[in-house]
Design a protein around this ligand. Structure first.
Ligand code: PMP
Length: 361
């Protein structure tokens, strides 16, 4: 049935899911508790809802220049970059698709970690491009940047996810900078900071001034609670972003007006976001400690996700927990005994722990 197929996809079929990322059927698992997609358990902050609601009544107009400019200058001021370095996009998977298509190829490949968010590799594989996965460093589960360079010194694109979805761990800024300094001058270092609000001290923004071939990717889909509103942005030299219009839609109208307003309001009320970060950290550490007490070790996730080691193949465990009404994240082929866990509300995590206790052999 459709639902069974959706469940199977959600639980493990990473390659199939990303055959055509832009066209893929959305995978929605029906479960009482959904801690499967690294979303925030709540919607946008109250100020963002107010701003989006007001903007909704102005949505007869295309994204107004002034509101777009307000978002750009707000981001530029926070990150200490010139406004021309900031380009808003509808989410971050849209520019990710364009970046992979524009900057890797069959000969100048894409280098990724394993495990890491698989969309970049999926897009490249679908395009027939060369993809080189490199295991994370065993000591701290960071991207092994020296091994990434050595694996393909001629790559066109090196993809770093920091913090790393699904592991939740960080790659030291010094390592990221080492890679920026050592890749070929015509290669791109793409730093996907979808989860960076959870570890704000680790922003790699300072690299932009030193290394001309760095692109940073951010999104409002995670701690901002705006996954369904589609807002993200790139930070990069404008000439690196210009070629992206050759891939995907070149429409100047692609930004939803309410989403722009919600994003700007979120940044202007950042104290509320910081409160969310603190709340998720407490819930995450509680969950990891409870799993540990049950005998299951986890990665030391620093954002809103981590991976738990079931010491037995993860897929049947995921299915058993789903049967108890809790959808958890999938597993990655490189670590078949581990599942990704998204941190939800305290009540959701209690339900998850109860489900783990119920299925524990
Ligand atoms: N990058 C990473 C690391 C992600 O985890 C995700 C969402 N799972 C995305 C990009 C894409 O999200 P969006 O298009 O909603 O910004």
């Amino acid at each position: 049935s459709r639902r069974a197929v959706a469940t199977i996809l959600a639980l493990g079929a990473s390659a199939a899911q990303f055959v055509r990322p832009a066209l893929a059927q959305p995978v929605t698992v029906k479960a009482d508790v959904r801690i499967d997609a690294n979303e925030h358990p709540e919607g946008p902050i109250a100020q963002a809802v107010t701003a989006a609601t007001a903007a909704l009544s102005k949505s007869n107009r295309y994204a107004p220049g002034t509101e777009r400019e307000d978002l750009i200058t707000t981001i530029a001021a926070i990150d200490g970059v010139k406004p021309d370095m900031v380009v808003p996009w509808p989410g971050s998977s849209d520019p990710l698709y364009r970046l992979v298509r524009a900057y890797s190829s069959a000969t100048r490949g894409l280098v990724v970690a394993a495990p890491v968010f698989e969309m970049a590799a999926g897009i490249a594989t679908d395009a027939g491009y060369k993809v080189t996965p490199v295991p994370v460093r065993p000591s701290d589960l960071a991207h092994d940047v020296k091994a990434m360079l050595a694996a393909d010194p001629n790559a066109g694109l090196y993809y770093i996810c920091n913090p790393n979805n699904p592991v939740g761990t960080l790659t030291p800024l010094a390592d990221i900078e080492w890679l920026a300094a050592h890749i070929k001058s015509d290669a791109i270092l793409l730093i996907d900071e979808a989860y960076i609000d959870y570890t704000p001290a680790q922003k790699s923004t300072a690299l932009l001034a030193k290394y001309p071939n760095v692109v940073i990717l951010r999104t409002f889909s995670k701690v901002y609670g705006m996954a369904g509103m589609r807002m993200g942005y790139t930070l990069a030299r404008p000439d690196l972003i210009k070629p992206l219009m050759d891939w995907g839609s070149p429409s100047p109208y692609m930004l939803p007006v309410p989403a722009i307003a919600a994003a700007t309001a979120s940044l202007k009320n950042y104290g509320e976001i910081t409160k969310r970060v603190e709340a998720i950290a407490i819930t995450r550490d509680w969950t990891i400690a409870r799993l540990e007490a049950l005998g299951y070790k986890s990665t030391k996730g620093l954002c809103n996700c981590f991976m738990v080691d079931w010491r037995t193949p993860a897929k049947p465990v995921q299915q058993a927990i789903l049967a108890k009404g809790v959808a958890i994240g999938r597993n990655w082929p490189v670590w078949p005994n581990m599942s990704r866990i998204t941190v939800g509300t305290p009540a959701e995590m209690k339900a998850f722990i109860a489900a783990v206790e119920a299925v524990k052999p």
